[in-house]
Design a protein around this ligand. Sequence first.
Ligand code: ATP
Ligand code: RIB
Length: 317
Amino acid sequence: MKPHVVVVGSFVQDLTWKCDAFPRAGETVVGKFVTGPGGKGSNQAVACGRAGVSTLYVGAVGDDAFARDAATFYRVEKIGARFAVKPREATGTAAILVNREGQNEIIVALGANAVLARKDIPVEAVRSARVVVCQCESNLATTGYVLKTARAAGVTTVLNPAPMRADFDPQLLRHVDILIPNETEFAALVNQVPASGETEFTAERLHELSSEGLHALIRSLGVANVIVTLGGKGCFLSLPDRFESIPAYTGINVVDTTGAGDAFVGGFAAGLVQFEGDIAAAARYGTAVAALSVTKFGTAPSMPRKTEIARFLKRRG
Ligand code: ATP
Ligand code: RIB
């Protein structure tokens, strides 16, 4: 069966330390260690696949033990995966610290993700998908090629511009139907796009804007549909003819917010297929997927499955 959603992006082995409080410069603290599959692209593919939508993940890994574990993980999950093996590079890795409040600090080494090439992209799968999802944790030229190819074939393109990078070219936005930045990525984009008229916009200033003001600023990015995720505050949808705020779920036991953005994006992509392109319905579904993911530790392993999401939605609406 042809996958409905193709996610092209990073696979990263997450090396995570839980601690009470983050160490300050020069300080050593004692913590607990866990490791597992991560990377923004792969996390989003797992969120989408577990939500019950046929998904293909495309990314690059090294020829090492982390890559072999990744292949096993996808086989067990029964989610489609195409790994381009780059023998000269290591599989991407992330050092993640999570404190007692569930906040995180992350350093990512892109490794093989940085050399994902055009020839590694299964073009037919991209062209025949309903939705193609990319991020900025992989090779940016290849990301641009994927978005352009998908758009030309009439496929809905979604870009999560995470992490924002100094070498991000705003021209990439021309190939994007739905843009999903978090607050800091949004602020960085606003400063990079000349039409916004801003060069020193910050995530703090975003919160001082009225909904009308935020909607107007978002329009200057030139992307038809934008969803700014706002952590525990939910998200703001700006569509060509209207805007809407969707609150995050409250009253849940927040354990670890690492990968909340990925859960939202993967759940959103699944929702776009399930609700036949209804962006607001898909965003509400992504909000539920993200809420469930923050109640568990880890990134890909914390993504909820279809039945758990359905039970949660029935209970919480
Ligand atoms: P990360 O980089 O940690 O993956 P992010 O910064 O990309 O996350 P956020 O904006 O923090 O993404 O979160 C994405 C979505 O996850 C939010 O829009 C919200 O629906 C949900 N979410 C995040 N934090 C919480 C929380 N504490 N409680 C409930 N939902 C949350
Ligand atoms: O968004 C969370 C992800 O960012 C982690 O899985 C880590 O690998 C980094 O890429």
